[in-house]
Design a protein around this ligand. Structure first.
Ligand code: PEP
Ligand code: MG
Length: 575
């Protein structure tokens, strides 16, 4: 079987499918033979725990509402002993080597189908009770350990097949075991895809139903460049993929030669190439790949798995200090948390209410949660004593927000000084990723120390196309005339305001788009570390004057197709 999606992280990976359904919170995979008994033990432990919980609930209901209302839970207790449920699930674990969660789901599907056939409405309604019991069992299975811990016990290289998966789950996995990643949802600029590229795991997104049709344990071959996903390929096709894999590795190695070289065009224009990273540990790898500094540290990744503890000033200070020291003497730009309320996982009176994607996020959320923002700013200012650090605010929509954020920085500095801690001067910049910020870039340039254009968000909000929705990702086009004009506007505002302007969106890691951006006058870029050697190769073969000419022609394009044509005519394709 062959599936085709969107190649979002180049390279070829071959391995056994591990199917992960987070949407339904159902984790489906095949356990190795030697772990079958342990899997059954997990199920039995979950049953014991569920029994205790239901007994307690029953007692409470009986006490507060009378014994006659507790009968529902008697039915649930009986279900825990029903052979149709537990025995059936045990059989599935033993015979099909499926994990306990999916074995339970199977049993539930079977029982539900039986109940659906029943004419008795009372019986049909009992379906909900079985689902409730199965939900509780699964909850207890999950509580017994993080499902991702189980990966370590599975055999061979794995291809993770997921409906959707968050970067924080990927960040917790053992990447050495991950041959490739394929997802039903997602797109090139989805954070999971960005992360896959930075850890160099081939990935294909936008497959729609891969997590439903790929059987757990099936052999899967993935080409993250072309978007092809082969399920249980025959010997011959598999060996073709293996050849591709070798070729890809050789190509990557050939790029290694560029790591140490300067990012300078043929006509002597110096370009600054920095890296986008998600963890302080990535700094060393980024520098090895040829980064001149860290242009975007997505600080919100510190929250992944760390919860509240990661929010304290000291925990953050330690992380930023490590980052600055690892990158030293190179410059580091830290973006303050760019999360939504839900991601922050904090219930706070001040932010109750809307949970929309365009609700409280980025700088808005930080400004609404002063305590958390102050702790982050103090941690950053303290870390700045250990090396060059800049602070950048995400999702700024206008001058008021920049002023409020600057005022917050001044307050954090005052607090530190009153504690006797010296505070170095820290440049404060703005991400230009909301159209209103781009349009008022001249006003912002007068009060910001630098700009970094976040094309991932800027494009999606300029074009009103959700970057995580593969159904409209065709419309997500960096070559839309509106994007070219907007980037030119911001670059000009930066030049006139005499502040540096970088581009930190994924756009810069595409060779043709990088050329266009250089032609538009941009001289600083930040990208996934893995993209840096290729960017150097492109820049070293490019004349900035040709790029300028190409950009001028492209700017005259009235449609995306015309822009594209202008670029194709002027630039020999670089790959
Ligand atoms: C961007 O929006 O371009 C960007 C770099 O930030 P993120 O992808 O983290 O939203
Ligand atoms: Mg962004």
């Amino acid at each position: 079987m062959q599936l085709t999606g969107l190649g979002v992280s180049p390279g070829v990976g071959i391995g056994k499918a591990l199917v992960l359904k987070r949407g339904t919170r159902d984790l489906r995979f095949r356990v190795p033979a030697f772990l079958v008994d342990r899997e059954i033990e997990r199920l039995m432990d979950a049953r014991a725990k569920s029994r205790e919980q239901i007994e307690r609930i029953k007692e409470r209901i009986a006490r507060s509402a009378g014994a006659e209302h507790a009968y529902l839970f008697d039915a649930q207790l009986l279900m825990l002993d029903d052979a149709m449920l537990i025995e059936r699930a045990k059989g599935t674990i033993r015979n099909e080597r499926l994990n306990a969660e999916s074995a339970l789901q199977r049993a539930l599907d079977y029982i539900s189908a039986l109940f659906d056939q029943a004419h008795d409405s009372y019986l049909r309604e009992r379906k909900g009770d079985v689902a409730d019991v199965v939900g509780r069992l699964c909850m207890n299975l999950r509580a017994a350990g993080d499902p991702t811990d189980l990966f370590k016990d599975l055999e061979g290289p794995l291809v993770l097949v997921a409906d959707e998966i968050t970067p924080s789950v990927i960040a917790q996995l053992d990447w050495q075991r991950l041959a490739a990643l394929v997802t039903d949802a997602g797109s090139w600029t989805h954070h999971t895809a960005i992360l896959a590229r930075s850890i160099r795991v081939p990935a294909v997104a936008g497959l729609r139903n891969a997590s439903t049709i790929v059987a757990p344990g099936a052999l899967v071959a993935v080409d993250g460049t072309t978007g092809e996903v082969l399920v249980d390929p025959d010997r011959e096709t598999l060996s073709q993929f293996e050849v591709r894999q070798k070729r890809r590795e050789a190509y990557e190695q050939s790029l290694d030669a560029y790591r140490e070289l300067a990012a300078e065009t043929v006509d002597g224009v110096q370009i600054r190439l920095e890296a986008n990273i998600e963890s302080p540990d990535d700094a060393v790898r980024a520098i090895e790949r040829g980064a001149e500094g860290i242009g975007l540290f997505r600080s919100e990744f510190l929250l992944a798995g760390g919860g509240q503890a990661a929010l304290t000033e000291d925990a953050q200070y330690r992380a930023y200090r490590t980052l600055v020291e690892r990158a030293s003497p190179r410059r580091v730009t830290v973006r303050t948390f760019d999360v939504s309320e839900t991601q922050l996982r904090i219930e706070h009176a001040a932010v109750e209410g809307t949970r929309a994607p365009l609700g409280l996020r980025g700088i808005r959320l930080s400004l609404a949660m002063d305590e958390i923002f102050q702790a982050q700013l103090r941690a950053l200012l303290r870390a700045a004593a250990h090396g060059p650090l800049r602070v950048m605010f995400p999702f700024v929509s206008g001058l008021e927000e920049l002023r409020s954020a600057r005022e917050a920085v001044a307050r954090a500095a005052d607090t530190l000084r009153s504690r006797g801690t010296p505070v170095p001067d820290v440049p404060v910049g703005v991400m230009i990723e909301v159209p209103s910020a781009a349009i008022t870039a001249d006003l912002l340039a007068a009060e910001a120390d630098f700009f970094s254009i976040g094309t991932n968000d800027l494009i999606q909000y300029c074009l009103a196309v959700d970057r995580t929705d593969d159904r409209v990702s065709r419309l997500y086009d960096p070559l839309h005339p509106a994007i070219l004009r907007t980037v030119r506007l911001v670059a000009r505002a930066g030049r006139r305001g005499r502040i540096p302007v970088a581009v930190c969106g994924e756009m810069a890691s595409d060779p043709v788009l990088l050329t266009l951006l250089v032609g538009l006058g941009l001289r600083e870029f930040s990208m996934a570390p893995a993209a840096i050697p290729l960017a150097k190769r492109v820049l070293r073969g490019l004349k900035a004057s040709d790029a300028r000419q190409a950009a001028n022609r492209a700017l005259r394009g009235r449609t995306t197709a015309e822009v594209e044509q202008a670029l194709v005519e002027l630039l020999s394709p670089v790959k």
